[in-house]
Design a protein around this ligand. Structure first.
Ligand code: HAM
Length: 431
């Protein structure tokens, strides 16, 4: 048997239900904040990411799935959504002299070493705001992500870490100070960090290597190199977070792995997922629109790793979903000649009660086996279609859960009313 490609994931029904629940709740929050959905392509020109995310980043250097189109163009499976979102909105003329708040969701691809919470195909839900200088919109984005954690019941397990990278000038000044500090330790750094001395020194602060971390502990910190404007803006953001009671910690070594960030950067992390504890990350990227060919446009956003949010939701809210509940009504037939009638009744139920999940016992199994399947499906009612009953224009309704009354014969119309009432009562009852 061929196996799933390494790093790809299959989401079976039980997990898919939770996945959908989590995505729906987060989408609802985004809509509450009046962010609007955009749908973006999975394939983009490779150059979009080398220019947008940065040549010297891990993503571009070693994690992209790059392929050649049949006409020789180099295209890549998107490793993230921000660069494509900028390109799409710029191309459609939506960024110049306007403000925009959008969100997107869907698969991203990175050739990383797979482990729990880290996959080669994973799902992001991202939000981006264009045309706002901040820090008020930075706060709005943080507030919106916090509202997602609250809606999901996981807010107690996450922590917000924030930092500012300042303007381009303050970063240059800091880069020089950091290189100066690291120069005597160059040989002691891990191999990746040694390489980054020439490509992207700030990323050394992100190293997980113990010896490198020891060296970094004594390094100058970026906030000391902030210019006045950056400092005022970052202070204002912290003020908003405090006033509106979103707990946060300052993390001066938080630099992020993508090159487009300026000023505010942040990560939501949790201790509950082991090594892959960042469930959401983002920040301001005021230079990206221009880098990609547009006019200077301030921008900020974030992306959530949906698989990680789902894992955390499962750890915190194991009972959020009724286990094994895959149907509300199960239609059983006395013999195979009644299949057409069963499909017709199912269709009628689905039309009249659109929220109902209706399953039909097809495949010619005996009534007893169909009852077992009805029970296993978690359905509240079975509908039994028998030859006799069909002749008399009635159907049998059999409640499968205690307290739902006795088995009875009803006309199709009366049956629909009865089922609707029963399901409504069940939904209103405490779990
Ligand atoms: P990122 O930090 O590369 O940022 O990814 C955002 C989130 O996606 C991570 O915090 C994590 O939850 C999830 N993620 C990343 N890689 C994987 C993986 N291999 N497996 C599972 N989950 C993963 C960005 O992508 C930026 N575009 C975020 C952003 C939007 N910044 C501004 N706007």
């Amino acid at each position: 048997m061929l196996q799933t490609v390494r790093g790809m994931r299959v989401v079976l029904p039980a997990e898919a239900r939770r996945f959908r629940l989590v995505e729906d709740l987060m989408r609802q929050v985004f809509l509450q904040y009046a962010y609007e959905e955009v749908q973006l392509p999975l394939l983009e020109a490779t150059e979009l990411f080398s220019r947008g995310v940065g040549e010297a980043t891990d993503i571009v250097e070693k994690e992209m799935y790059v392929l050649q189109d049949r006409d020789g163009d180099s295209i890549a499976l998107r490793p993230e959504g921000t660069a494509g979102c900028v390109r799409a909105l710029e191309e459609a003329g939506c960024l110049y002299n306007q403000v925009q708040r959008v969100f997107y969701s869907g698969p991203m691809f990175r050739y990383e070493r797979p482990q729990k919470g880290r996959y080669r195909q994973f799902t992001q839900m991202g939000a981006e705001a264009f045309g706002f200088r901040g820090p008020d919109v930075d706060f709005e984005l943080l507030d919106m992500s916090y509202a997602c954690w609250q809606a999901l019941g996981i807010a107690d397990a996450v922590q917000l870490e924030v930092n500012t990278l300042g303007s381009g000038d303050s970063r240059l000044a800091y880069r020089a100070a950091l290189l100066n500090y690291l120069a005597p330790f160059a040989r002691d750094l891990d191999a990746d960090s040694q390489r980054r001395l020439t490509t992207n020194p700030l990323r050394i602060l992100d190293s997980k290597d113990p010896r490198t971390r020891e060296i970094i502990a004594g390094a100058p910190e970026l906030p000391q190199y902030l210019d006045y404007e950056s400092r005022v803006s970052f202070d204002a953001l912290q003020g908003l977070l405090s006033d509106l009671q979103i707990p946060f910690v300052l993390n001066p070594t938080l630099v992020r792995g993508l090159d487009y960030y300026t000023h505010t950067v942040f990560e939501w992390t949790t201790q509950r997922l082991g090594a892959q504890g960042t469930i959401c990350a983002g920040g301001r990227y005021d230079g990206l629109v221009e880098t990609l060919g547009g006019r200077p446009t301030p921008a900020a956003g974030f992306a959530m790793g949906v698989e990680r949010v789902v894992l955390l939701h499962e750890a915190m809210q194991p009972r959020a979903l009724a286990a094994g509940q895959s149907a509300d009504v199960f239609i059983c037939i006395q013999d195979a000649t009644l299949a057409g009638r069963a499909l017709d009744v199912a269709r009628q139920l689905r039309t009249d009660l659109p929220d109902l999940r209706v399953r039909t016992g097809l495949g010619g199994a005996k009534l007893k086996a169909q009852f077992k399947k009805a029970d296993d499906s978690g359905a509240r009612f079975a509908i039994i279609i028998g030859v006799d009953e069909v002749a008399r224009g009635v159907l049998t309704l059999k409640p499968l859960r205690a307290g739902d009354g006795e088995q009875m014969e009803l006309t199709p119309e009366a049956l629909i009313t009865h089922v609707a009432r029963g399901i409504r009562q069940a939904q209103a009852a405490p779990q």
